[in-house]
Write a protein that binds this ligand. Structure first.
Ligand code: COI
Length: 356
């Protein structure tokens, strides 16, 4: 039928592979929600373990007005991506790392969480059910968003009596409107993202709500986003609202160490390994804000942002520029190495890919 044929396009870079694709404009994906066909839902009571979930048509969910997540922020999220290979198959990048991080976060937030195997199986089932939404090679990826929340009703402050694990997906392109072009950051000296002993090291939803004000103010001034400093000394780099940060000086690449206030990014961890395999010396340590002054390059990493070169950082009104505002050679090299690996264009020596 006409309708069916309009949703079948040939993969652009090969001549012999055809697979079903949703009928959308694959050339204009940004990072915005595009509803897809199915979502995965699984529930369990406090003290129990998650066992069996199901795929449902994508749509709104029902929650009690007194759900723990709505009232007290008892919630976590994850983010990972699926890429389309040249042969039409689909690649997941390190999904068990997200499963593990969700388990660590759940422990901090007093929630039960799916086992690694259950998590990966659920992600796989959700991606396969929505496979016509995985962009063709080179056009973007399918962003996968697992959620874990206290869905049971509470009134007094306590862990919720019931939990919901949910996965939805959306095809995405670049996170920042700049694309792979350098972003412009400002350091907010008043707002801090995380505190020692707090929840900065887990992917709880509140970490993201709490930076909206600083992020909105930075955007109103023309910056892309905010780079936060530690709240105790107010001089060590932490991270950006939605990504980790790296500083390049010669052959040495430094990034803030994981010490409770830094989100342990999976792209961060992967880039450390990729950079080492390419001969860079990578240091995880305290990075002083003054080091920004004589760095060669700065870049950000995250699942959503991938690798984003930083063109400038403004601190106390002073603008520090990198590589004349262009894409740094190291950022470019690491971006290319990582994305080629994620798309299945180079050998998966580290065994990071799960092929569906
Ligand atoms: C991701 O990079 O996947 C994240 O979870 C960050 C989010 C703010 C988009």
């Amino acid at each position: 039928s006409k309708k069916l044929s309009s949703t079948i396009q040939e993969a652009p870079l090969t001549s012999d592979v055809a697979y079903e694709l949703a009928d959308i404009d694959w050339d204009s994906l940004g990072f915005a929600l595009m509803p897809t066909d199915f979502m995965y839902i699984m529930k369990c009571s406090r003290g129990q373990t998650f066992s069996k979930g199901e795929l449902q048509r994508y749509g709104n969910i029902e929650l009690s007005p007194s759900a723990g997540v709505l009232n007290y922020g008892q919630g976590l999220f994850e983010g990972l991506k699926a890429y389309r290979k040249q042969d039409g198959n689909i690649l997941l990048f390190r999904p068990e790392e997200n499963a593990l991080r969700m388990r660590m976060g759940a422990e901090r937030m007093c929630m039960p969480s799916p086992t690694i195997e259950l998590f990966v199986d659920a992600v796989t089932a959700t991606v396969l059910a929505n496979k016509r939404w995985v962009p063709p090679p080179g056009k973007g990826s399918l962003y996968i968003r697992p959620l874990l929340m206290g869905s049971g009703a509470v009134l007094g402050l306590a862990p919720a009596p019931e939990y919901t694990f949910l996965i939805y997906v959306s095809p995405v392109g670049n996170y920042f409107k700049e694309g792979i072009a350098p972003i412009h950051l400002m350091i907010d000296t008043e707002v801090h993202r995380a505190t020692p002993g707090g929840t900065g090291g887990v992917k709880t939803i509140g970490n993201y709500a709490s930076v909206l004000k600083a992020q909105t103010a930075a955007k109103a001034k023309g910056f892309t986003d905010v780079l936060y400093l530690d709240c105790v000394n107010k001089k060590y780099l932490e991270e950006v609202s939605s990504c980790n940060v790296f500083v390049v000086k010669g052959n040495v690449i430094s990034t803030p160490s994981i010490k409770g206030t830094i989100l342990p990014g999976i792209t961060r961890k992967s880039i450390i390994d990729v950079a080492r395999s390419q001969g860079f010396q990578v240091e995880e340590r305290l990075v002083d804000v003054d080091e920004l002054l004589d760095a060669d390059e700065v870049f950000c990493t995250g699942t959503a942002v991938v690798i984003s070169p930083v063109g400038s950082i403004t601190y106390h009104g002073e603008r520090i520029s990198y590589r004349n505002g262009g894409i740094g050679v190291v950022s470019q090299q690491l971006y290319s190495a990582l994305t080629r690996l994620q798309m299945g264009l180079t050998e998966d020596k580290m065994d990071w890919l799960l092929e569906l």
